[in-house]
Design a protein around this ligand. Structure first.
Ligand SMILES: [Zn+2]
Length: 88
């Protein structure tokens, strides 16, 4: 079992967290001009890096979304930060 640091509540059991997506992945503006390919790319393509990765997570008890940087090889948490539009 691993402990993740919620920036609002402190270290908590990993079972209290859920992955919410890659940081920096901007949703296309809904419109008829968006192609199916653009939507498919947004929905299904992922970077899936080997090593440090910036991801959006949610801590279920406080319902806060935040960015967690973790190493996908060692599973070490390298840091967390509050989720702001400019931090994406
Ligand atoms: Zn929390």
């Amino acid at each position: 079992m691993q402990r993740f640091p919620c920036p609002f509540c402190g270290p908590r059991d990993e079972r209290e967290f859920h992955f919410a997506g890659e940081a920096g992945k901007i949703r296309p503006t809904p419109s008829a001009a968006q192609s199916d390919t653009d939507w498919a790319t947004y929905l299904y393509e992922a970077q899936n890096p080997r090593g440090p990765s910036r991801e959006i997570w949610v801590h279920t008890p406080c319902q806060e979304y935040f960015i967690m940087t973790r190493d996908t090889v060692s599973m070490e948490v390298l840091g967390t930060e509050q989720l702001r539009k400019e931090t994406l």
